[in-house]
Structures are given as C-alpha cells and as structure tokens.
Design a protein. Structure first.
Length: 423
C-alpha cells in the first residue's frame, strides 16, 4: 500500500511528535508499504534526531519566513529563558494578541501555501492509496485535507492531543468559535481518527460520532540503553532527572521543591536536574523555596542523550497538571521512563491514564502532599545508601511498551481496512 504521511514535525526536528511519526514511517517501510513524507522543519527545535531513511522518502517544505523570524528573535528568546528580558510580560501579551488575531489555526498556517502544492505534486506523480496526517499543529491536517480532497483519496487525522477541547486551550470565545468550525471541517470529514489514549478517544467519539482508534505512544525499545550497561553512581546525592518542558502553575515542580526545602540541610542529599527549553520560572521557584543550590537546568539534549540520562538517574520526575483534562494525557515521556526502569516520582495529579499506569506496573510513586514526597525521598535516599545504589525496577515494568505493537494495531484496525479497494 502507498501511504503519504503529512506532518510538520519530523526528524531531524527533535520533538515528541517528530519521534512518533518518524518511528511510524520506519515501521511502515519495514512491513512492506511504500511511504512518502511531506514534512516541515521547525527552526525553534533542535535538529538532532537521526533520519535514517532512504533517499527520496522525505519531501521537506520549509517555511522561510518563520526561519528568518525565529533567528531574528533568538536574542530575545535567550534573554527570556535566562530571566533577563526587560518588559517580558508586555511582550508575552502582545504575542498572545498576535496569535489570537492572525495565527489561525496556529502559527504554522503559512505552511499551507507551499505544502499543499507540494503534496498535490507528490500525489499526482506517485498516486498514494491514502494520506495519514499527524497533529499538532492543526496546519498538518489542513494540508492533508487540501491534498486528499483534490485527489479524491481517503485521509486519516491523528490527534496526539485534543485541540479546542484541550484543557490547555486558552483562546477567547470569538476565536474559539472560529477554531471549532475549523476542527469540525477537518475531523468531521476525515475518513478515520486516531489518538493516543482512551479518554481522548472518548472525547473525539462523543463530538464526532465516529470510530476512533487508540494507538499509544510507546517507545522504540532498540533506542533504550540496556539496563545492565548503564553506569550509576553508588555514592553522592540522589539524582532526580526531568526531561522536557515545564509549564508554570500547571506542570511545575513546586511540590518537589517544597518537600526538599522542608529537609533543611538534608536537601544536599538530593540533586534535581532539568533538561529542556525551560522558562526562568523554574529557577525562580527553586530560589523561592530555598533549594536553588540543589537544582540545575540545562539546554535540551538529543533524544539519545535524554534516554541515556534517564537510564542513569536515581529517580525520574513526571509532572502533571491537577486538571480533569489531564486524565487522558499519556505522554511519550512516560514510556521512556518505563523503559529506563528507574523509579518514577509522579506529581500534580492522582487520577488519569499516566498515574494509573505507574501504579499498575509498580513503577514508582504517585504523591500529592509535601509530607508524602518528603517521606518517599528520604526512603529512596536511605535505600541508595544501604544498597549502594537504587536497583533497576523489574523487567515487567517495561514490558509491552514497544511502538511496534501499537503500529501493528494501527495497520490492522485503520490503514489496511481504509486502503482496501471499494467493492
């Protein structure tokens, strides 16, 4: 079967969406499908993922204006991330107005002008059986629909997150009305819908009254360092690692910092290390709780390096937002953490697919109070001292999380039925 993949995020861009879609392309090629990819390149993300695909598979359609704008704003971005930007609050407000008025459906909308003609050219010459588009951004779906409609071929919309119904959606009512119409025009007319957890699938089924396939994020197990090959320090402080973004007042480490601050001098028995595009609020939070001396922040690292650092950690930190919408959030980070087989400290929310999975697998602790966090941290410190290190969790913790199993379900339940010739 011939499948055209449409995704703004794709390797070498180092972003969770790019990792998932890149892995899907490799899987489809390995199972005998013919695949072409129509992709963008996000200048705001590190370009560190390996591509490892045959020449001619990927057609990259950049957005030159966005690249030039991002480079021009780089000095301001560095100031913001370091906390030295003047008038930062005003600039955030202005940017929000700009997004609301002009970035419809999102800031990548200009990609349509180049990507739709490029997609139509691919379809005209190559004749795919279907198009598979992955969002976010929603612009990827606009491109896929525009190409599929003119070619009269089926297309699949993958929603790695909800859009208008997301608890992170914060546009005003007039803009929400516009976005709802756009979402309905896309998802309501897609031939199949895919998402990453059952709560998200239920939300889409309720709104669009059509079947939705749940394909978990999973992880490429071949990318994960072998547990036996990872060297960990038997002495020194307990190292708590976090990789990814921090969302102040939503997914933030305040509870952890409160617990560490309550330890007094004993906080030096711990070190919290963050890797990612972090806002200055992280260090400000650490200072506010008196724990800045045991907190480090570092720029993003490659995906391979992130997996290595996770495997070397004593504890892995997972931050969730205490919001009912978070119940369906099944991040790719969780599967990376499970594969590392290191104890997970989950903070922010007790109910949902991620906390439930941690408890079901015995992969760590889901905690909600400062006293609980403090007691658990001290127990882990004592365990490290008594046993000369915190041992790996049982193999069962990382069982059945491979992406291959999920992609086989995607083929069986969505792609193959949709690609069969109509009787």
């Amino acid at each position: 079967m011939k499948i055209l993949i449409v995704s703004w995020f794709f390797p070498p861009t180092n972003a969770p969406g790019a990792i998932r879609v890149g892995a899907l392309v490799k899987h489809l090629l390995s199972t005998g499908h013919e695949v072409r990819v129509l992709a963008g390149r996000d200048p705001g993300c590190p370009q560190t993922l390996p591509v490892d695909l045959p020449e001619g598979v990927v057609t990259e359609v950049p957005l030159p204006f966005a690249t030039r704008l991002r480079k021009g704003l780089a000095p301001l971005e560095r100031q913001y991330r370091s906390g030295t930007m003047r008038h930062g609050d005003w600039l955030r407000i202005l940017y929000k107005y700009f997004q609301t008025l002009f970035c419809i459906p999102d800031r990548y909308v200009g990609w349509c002008l180049r990507a739709i003609p490029a997609g139509r050219e691919i379809v005209g010459a190559w004749k795919p059986d279907m198009i598979y588009a992955s969002a976010m951004p929603v612009t990827s779906l606009l491109v896929a629909k525009g190409v599929a409609k003119s070619a009269r071929i089926p297309w699949v919309a993958e929603m790695r997150d909800l859009w208008v119904d997301s608890h992170y959606y914060d546009m005003p009512a007039p803009r929400r009305w516009i976005d709802e119409r756009i979402e309905e025009s896309l998802l309501g007319h897609a031939d199949a819908l895919v998402t990453v957890s059952e709560p998200l699938a239920d939300a889409l089924r309720k709104r669009y009254r059509k079947p939705v396939a749940t394909i978990l994020n999973g992880i490429d197990l071949a990318d994960v360092p072998a547990v036996e090959s990872v060297a960990r320090r038997a002495d020194g402080p307990v190292e708590i690692i976090y990789t990814g973004l921090v969302y102040p007042k939503q997914r933030d480490p305040s509870l952890l910092f409160e617990a560490l601050g309550s330890l007094g001098e004993a906080r030096s028995d711990f070190r919290v290390v963050f890797y990612g595009n972090l806002m200055p609020e992280v260090l400000q939070l650490a200072e506010r709780h008196g724990v800045a001396d045991v907190v480090e922040t570092h720029p993003p690292v490659s995906h391979a390096e992130a997996l290595r650092r996770q495997a070397e950690a004593d504890i892995l930190l997972l931050l969730l937002w205490n919001n009912d919408g978070e119940a369906g959030v099944f991040t790719s980070k969780l599967f990376e953490y499970l594969a590392a087989r290191r104890p997970i400290l989950c903070l922010g929310r007790e109910e949902g697919v991620a906390p439930d999975e941690i408890r079901r697998r015995g992969a760590g602790a889901v905690l909600k109070t400062e006293d609980e966090v403090r007691s658990w941290l001290l127990a882990m410190r004592d365990k490290k001292r008594a046993e000369g290190g915190i041992p790996p969790l049982p193999e069962a913790v990382g069982a059945h999380i491979g992406r291959a199993e999920q992609f086989e379900r995607l083929e069986r339940e969505v792609l193959l039925p949709l690609g069969r010739p109509k009787a």
